[in-house]
Design a protein around this ligand. Sequence first.
Ligand SMILES: [Mg+2]
Length: 410
Amino acid sequence: MKEELEFNQNAFDNIDMGKSIIALVDCDSFFVSCEQKVNPELKGKPVCVLSGHGQCVISRSKEAKKLGIPMGIPTFKLTKEMKKATLIAASQDLYSEISNQVMAVLKSLSPKVEIYSIDEAFVDLTGLSRLYKKNYYELAQMIRELVLKKVDIPVSIGVSSSKSLAKLASDKAKNIQGGVFLIGAGKLNYVLKNTSIDEIWGIGRNLSKLLRQNGILTAYELVQKSDSWLDKQVGIRGIEMKHELLGEMVSVVDDSFKIPKSIQKTSAFGIFTSDIEFIKNQLNYHIHSACKKMRRLDLKCSGIGVMLRTKIEFKVYYEKITIPSPTCYEWEISDIVFSLLEKIYNPNIIYRSSGVILDEFSPNSGEQMFLFSDSEKKQKSERLAQCIDKLENKFGKNIIQTGFIKSDFR
Ligand SMILES: [Mg+2]
């Protein structure tokens, strides 16, 4: 422990095992932090977020952990003491909206960001030390402060010269003051000796068992093994793991494009309202930006969903449909969204936000004409969409308002 403290003070570790510097930015108790962001009176209190149907705990605040609430506990097993915590049902759309905001801040700082999960991203910091005139510890602190200031979400950051070590560092960052942990050449052996193989990224139960049977209990013991031994026992993955743990970047920060699982456009209204026309207007705005994104990615969707969130309880109403003939056009999606809206809208409820969720994507070009679709209409739609996108690219966002629901192109 004493030794570890000394290492923390030695924060200006000049990481030089490899040429790259990688940070893993990991949001602290992410789902709970999101709930605390939208409901600040929950800050500093025991709070738990429950899985979709409310059966078990999937995120806990520090204070909830202190009450002894274990991760994954089913709600019926909570003791009287544990029930002092505020229990909240998960709101996936809220979390992905806030996740996007966190990722946007990271992308504004580094050109290479790999979104690893909803609350974690690898950020390539190589060369940024010079750009921002800060050492890597200060740089990580700056990222942490910026995310907190702009999005109001606390993060922990691990910094090292490979992804595996950055991940390890971020686990250690969670438990120290300041939320930043660096693993550089000076600390490497100490950290590896104090890391059990189960803590290493990518080592599952089976591999852990195999390594243990061979007397390998720590990361340090793993890196002592020869490449040929690891190749024979574990395969290429074992060799890669060893070199990553020695600080060589085997797996690079991959910021390449992946087809998104869904495109979600949601936002809070400027005012709380029950006004259906206002809500439709907001939805049209979301539909338009989602369609634009879809066309930019050359995709069309079959899954169309709409959601409304209530003012008082933050309750979400959601309705989704899968259409037989995929589309990427506002005027087609708008009709469908409005008919879904009718199913969830209640004039007696006041709402705070709305959103559109598109998924089940397929490539737009080279499409098979749907049996009953009218090809002339399709071509007209395509030309109209191209026209809108061109105008917007030239004259700026939202130069064209989506008031064309009743247009001739339907
Ligand atoms: Mg996290």
